[in-house]
Design a protein around this ligand. Structure first.
Ligand code: BGC
Length: 879
């Protein structure tokens, strides 16, 4: 199998169309190979730019990721074709691989001065009715070149030209910190245009920009008037811009709200409205509402798209006689109605969405104040109808107003930011596989333009603590490089607005009534330092790290409120070990673990990561300062919280986990700390007693501290709270609370009972790195660690990661006599540091097979320590 290039990419852009830099760095990933130890010696790049001679560059370098743009800077709208081939040290050469790129509008001045945000008339009371905008323009016969539409909105929009939908994006331009950044989209509309008259029509709705956000929630965080901005060019000649010459019309969508859902009037839909002979007359002219103050950015991250379709599995009739579709999978998106629902004007069809059933009926309590309802006024066509400008998190859809439906009449449309899947994990344990699959579904459903906490209730917000916990898992499962770095641009600006405090939600809705913006929270705010570092480790891009450096320093030097010793000030409360299962349902922050101990442990860890970042980026003075700070704070921590022998002031698993994970203890205290942690885990009978702080770290930390058997035992625990309890209860996504659904089948009393919250899916890091055995040994996976550690009753596993170099794979299986067969694949130009029993070597590309003898690490199953109440039911694990 000769070495070949799988894909060429520009920056972290998903397809290279609509780049926002004149000098895109180029990367190429290789296909898997059996060729051993292939290392790149040089590469050739041929750049073809219109009107210029072909440029050929030969570079002696082993770098295949993010190499500098070789040519002179590109200009706005410029297209170029890039061909790349790589040559190995062995003298072999790959075939050429190519990528066509196109630059978007790089400068504000590329936008016509006549282009304005346009809206309908000012609105009445909230929420705002969506509206349509329309204009006829001419394509002169003389212009036959490529046509482009550059478009965005305050709110959300969708464009049609001559009755046909433009692009496949959903809820464009997505969610940004709109006072600072506004993404615009580039569309190739060449094929949609006809000679002579053409019509462009735009749907506009309030979206995140002007809709209600939060709980109880206020609207209009960034402005009151949803509006559209567009510039249509043919062969670089601007032929139409959004201005007051456009017409304004009512939309058949009567309401569209992020939390409450959409209402659609099928009798008001005119399929000709965006064609040259529309039936519907305009209500008036559009109003110009200025040009965006925010920086206009062509985004790198892929758009939200329909990524999958699901057919319902079953129609359930509830005890009260309601009819409910069950999709068998909790997901994010909406239904498509696949038939013309009979009905006359005045009749309605109502679809209510929920994630669970409670006592056999639709379980809407977890939605809190969100109505999550799609209402269709009947009498017109309904076939093909879908929600347009919001989404629901659901598995069940209750249909009223049409009883005779069949499974064929509806299809589930799954939406997500269309990230490339990079990580696969599978093992011999079916429950663990389902747990992993649940994390994938929760990531899919919560990566909707930004990383959100949950997709169903009155939040759908970019909580920083959640992604801080989940990022190492996310970065493995999907290519998050552009997605997260784009979100970090917003974090940095919102943080500046909050005087250096990192808001707990990004984008930070500016009109929150409760002063949330100024609420500094460890773990959540530490995301500003920890997550860019995770991103750097996953993708090896120092530019992404340096873009974040100012924000890191701002947090540590200014935003973080300290006492006179440099520890966290205790003046305001902390979320701490949020959602510790022992905290009361209505007080999820009341964990038995001291929230300031947690905050200070994270402070030391965060300071150390900042120090490492500083020294990597060459900010030596800052790096030295942070190193000194971290050392001083560690001494303070030991003085404040640790006994001389290594017991901790707060006797909980989270405390020990943080002390061990963040290397806060000197060697002579480790034995005591480990023994106490083991004791606590065994007395808890392997059930979870940690929250947001401890849970993401517990299994990897046990594995690193010679307690691998305890890690597997916890992983395989059957009873609540445990990772597999929800799986046993039929979960198809990760729950917010271990017991969001109680064993009785009723929903937990608390407020935090989302059934689609990725944070606790952070356990997958352990699956990928320890069970599967794959992790980056160097940032960007130029070298991978391959060190699978079987345990528990898991007898085989297969893990694959498509890294910036190409796919790494590790597959292992134990036979009855504990012989371990391991197959390892390393991509061209990659290397792996292999660690198996009796094997410790670094290998280059190729496929390798090993046969070793597996020696169990620790007793199995480890024993629990009985409590004083002997009658307490022993816990059990799922073999
Ligand atoms: C969110 C969480 C978040 C938390 C912090 C919740 O409402 O859903 O995931 O991190 O609030 O308070």
């Amino acid at each position: 199998m000769a070495v070949s290039i799988a894909q060429v990419t520009a920056e972290h852009h998903h397809d290279g169309f609509g780049l926002f830099t004149p000098t895109p760095r180029l990367s190429w990933r290789f296909n898997p190979t059996t060729v051993k130890n292939w290392e790149q010696a040089s590469y050739d790049i041929v750049v073809t730019r219109p009107g210029k001679d072909e440029e050929c560059y030969h570079v002696e370098s082993s770098q295949s990721s993010l190499v500098p743009w070789p040519s002179s800077p590109l200009v706005s709208r410029e297209r170029a074709t890039i061909r790349i081939r790589a040559a190995g040290k062995d003298g072999s050469t790959t075939e050429w691989s190519s990528l066509t790129i196109e630059v978007a509008l790089l400068h504000r001045t590329d936008w016509s001065t006549s282009a304005k945000l346009i809206s309908g008339p000012p609105h009445g009371p909230e929420p705002k009715r969506p509206f349509l905008l329309r204009r006829t323009f001419t394509k002169p016969a003389s212009l036959s070149a490529q046509a482009r539409l550059y478009a965005t909105a305050h709110g959300v929009y969708e464009v049609e030209i001559n009755g046909k939908r433009v692009g496949d994006q959903i809820m464009a331009p997505g969610w940004q910190s709109y006072h600072h950044h506004l993404h615009y989209q580039t569309y190739d509309i060449t094929a949609l245009l006809e000679e002579g008259d053409n019509v462009i029509g735009v749907h506009v709705a309030e979206g995140w920009f002007a809709g209600r956000l939060g709980r109880p929630g206020v609207p209009n965080h960034w402005g009151e008037r949803p509006a559209f901005l567009g510039q249509l060019e043919i062969g670089e000649q601007v032929v139409c811009v959004s201005d007051a010459s456009w017409e304004y019309l009512y939309s058949p969508i009567l309401l569209s709200e992020l939390y409450n859902g959409e209402t659609y009037d099928s009798t008001a839909y005119d399929p000709t409205w965006s064609t040259t002979s529309p039936r519907t007359r305009a209500l008036g002219s559009a109003e110009e509402v200025g040009f965006p103050d925010a920086e206009l950015i062509a985004p790198e991250l892929p758009p939200i798209r329909r990524v999958m379709e699901l057919k319902p599995k079953e129609i359930i009739t509830t005890p009260s006689g309601k009819k409910i579709l069950d999709f068998g999978q909790n997901f994010v998106g909406w239904l498509r109605i696949d038939k013309d629902i009979p009905g006359k004007p005045g009749d309605t069809n109502i679809i209510r969405h929920a994630e669970v059933l409670e006592l056999g009926e639709l379980g809407t309590r977890p939605l809190r104040s969100a109505k999550a309802t799609y209402t269709v006024k009947l009498g017109g066509t309904t076939r093909g109808l879908e929600t347009k400008f919001t989404f629901y998190g659901f598995r069940y859809a209750e249909i009223t107003g049409y009883d005779e439906f069949t499974l064929d009449d509806f299809t589930g449309i799954v939406i997500a930011s269309d990230l490339r899947r990079t990580g696969i994990f599978e093992c011999s344990h079916s429950h663990i596989n389902r747990l992993h699959e649940n994390a994938v579904w929760s990531m899919r459903g919560n990566f909707i333009s930004i990383p959100t906490d949950c997709p169903q209730r009155d939040e759908k917000l970019g909580w920083t603590g959640d992604i801080q916990a989940f990022a190492p898992t996310a970065n493995f499962l999907f290519d998050t490089s552009a997605f997260l770095s784009s979100w970090f641009q917003d974090l940095a600006v919102d943080q500046k607005d909050a005087d250096g405090i990192v808001p707990v939600i990004i984008p930070n809705p500016p009109k929150q009534p409760d002063g949330r913006m100024k609420r500094p929270m460890a773990i959540w705010a530490d995301c500003a330092v920890l997550t860019p570092w995770d991103l750097y480790n996953a993708y090896g891009d120092t530019k992404q790290l340096s873009d974040q450096w100012e924000s890191m320093c701002l947090w540590l030097d200014q935003g973080l409120p300290r006492d006179e010793r440099g520890f966290w000030s205790t003046a305001s409360p902390q979320y701490g070990d949020w959602l510790d299962p022992r905290s009361p349902p209505d007080m999820p922050g009341n964990s038995p673990t001291d929230s300031f101990l947690v905050a200070n442990a994270f402070l030391i860890h965060t300071t150390r990561i900042a120090a490492e970042t500083g020294s990597l980026l060459g900010h030596i003075n800052k790096a030295t300062k942070y190193t000194t700070d971290a050392a001083r704070l560690t001494t303070l921590f030991l003085h404040e919280y640790v006994t001389p022998s290594g017991r901790l002031a707060c006797d909980t698993a989270t405390t020990y986990i943080l002390a061990l994970a963040f290397n806060l203890l000197p060697d002579h205290q480790l034995l005591t700390a480990r023994a106490r942690l083991s004791h606590l885990i065994r007395t808890d009978r392997f059930r979870i007693s940690t929250g947001f702080a401890g849970t993401p770290l517990i299994l990897p930390t046990l594995a690193r501290n010679n307690m691998l058997n305890l890690a597997y035992r916890m992983l395989q625990e059957a009873d609540c709270p445990s990772w597999l309890y929800p799986v046993r209860m039929g979960a198809t996504t990760i729950w917010e609370r271990w017991n969001s659904m109680l064993p009785s089948g009723s929903i937990n009393d608390g407020q935090m009972t989302s059934f689609n919250h990725y944070a606790l899916g952070s356990v997958c890091r352990f699956l990928h790195e320890v069970v599967g055995g794959l992790s980056p040994a160097e940032p960007g996976w130029s070298i991978a660690n391959v060190a699978p550690r079987p345990g528990g009753t898991v007898r085989s596993a297969k893990t694959k990661f498509d890294s910036p170099a190409g796919p790494y794979e590790c597959e292992w299986a134990l036979d009855v006599s504990n012989k371990m067969r391991t197959r390892v694949c390393v991509p061209p130009n990659g290397r792996a540091r292999l660690r198996l029993n009796g094997v410790d070597e670094v290998v280059g590309s190729g496929e390798y097979l090993f046969e070793t003898v597996w020696e169990p690490e620790g007793e199995w199953p480890p024993t629990a320590i009985p409590g004083p109440q002997r009658n307490v039911v022993e816990s059990s694990f799922i073999p």
